[in-house]
Design a protein around this ligand. Structure first.
Ligand code: ATP
Ligand code: MG
Length: 258
């Protein structure tokens, strides 16, 4: 039986009086890819930032491999990797230098870092440009460098915020294969995405967040059966998040313009 590697208990974030993440309870086991879906502003990034320890919860707790991310942050952070929605990097470093820095931060022996960096750069097709400064990289190339950096310490938990934005189809496919491999090796993968097709094909389980609350979770198949009356994940998403009302609005706008 795989262990629970990501757990939240009544996790809440408020700005002023307004909760943007509201009493969230979820669990992700090793070997699982969990898709975190929800409309813009639902609270996905806020949840991920609390799971990484970058943001303090207003209430509740988050655990990474059993360690409380606020109270045992050193242990928790050593086991997780975070791929933010914006690939911010030091422009004056080369890809190799950046990976060396990441290896040093996680206290990995230099020769191990060198070997893993080579493998990761090869895998992401960056080897021929690995000595160039990152400021000259395209958005997608930077995204891949951030991913490589996240994998250098072989994390048990990986949290990715919209990781496919900016990736070409081949790179998005590669990412999917890499995440699948990490899960096969026993890691818990937590990925927010707007691309429902990716969630459908890649995730073992998905959770749908609306206005800071988890309104549904289960395998795409379970959601289809319980909620969607056999429709696609997109239909279910639109139904649950109320976005289908927009279709009416759009139709009425079209009517106005005629
Ligand atoms: N610093 C802040 N101060 C006030 N409100 C904030 C702050 N940061 C985020 N919020 C609000 O929290 C809510 C959730 O934002 P969040 O970025 O977590 O959403 P998201 O689900 O990641 O959206 P998207 O799909 O657009 O990335 C939004 O209403 C946002 O305006
Ligand atoms: Mg976001």
């Amino acid at each position: 039986m795989n262990q629970v590697l990501i757990k939240t208990h009544q996790l809440t974030k408020r700005y002023g009086q307004v909760p943007v993440v509201n009493q969230l309870n979820l669990e992700v086991k090793g070997g699982e890819i969990f898709g975190f879906l929800g409309p813009n502003g639902a609270g996905k990034t806020t949840t991920i930032k609390m799971l990484t320890g970058l943001m303090e919860p207003s209430e509740g707790e988050a655990y990474i491999c059993g360690y409380n991310i606020t109270k045992e942050s050193t242990q928790a952070k050593s086991l997780l990797a975070y791929v933010p929605d914006q690939p911010k990097l030091y422009g004056k470093l080369s890809a190799v230098e950046f990976l060396n820095l990441m290896g040093a931060l996680y206290r990995i022996p230099k020769d191990v870092t060198r070997q893993r960096s080579k493998q990761l750069l090869d895998m992401f097709g960056l080897s021929s440009r690995a000595d160039e400064l990152l400021e000259g990289y395209s958005h997608g190339m930077r995204q891949k460098v951030v991913l490589a950096g996240a994998l250098i310490h072989q994390p048990k938990v990986i949290l990715l915020d919209e990781p496919t934005v900016g990736l070409d189809p081949a790179s998005a496919r590669l990412l999917k294969d890499v995440l699948q491999e990490l899960a096969n090796q026993g890691a818990a993968v937590f990925v927010s995405t707007h691309i429902l097709e990716i969630a459908e094909r890649m995730c073992h389980r998905v959770g749908i967040l609306k206005a800071g609350q988890l309104i549904a979770q289960g395998s795409p198949e379970e959601l289809r059966q319980n909620v969607g009356h056999g429709g696609s994940l997109e239909d279910i998403f639109l139904e649950l998040t109320g976005s289908h009302e927009n279709a009416e609005l759009i139709r009425s706008l079209e009517g106005d313009s005629q």
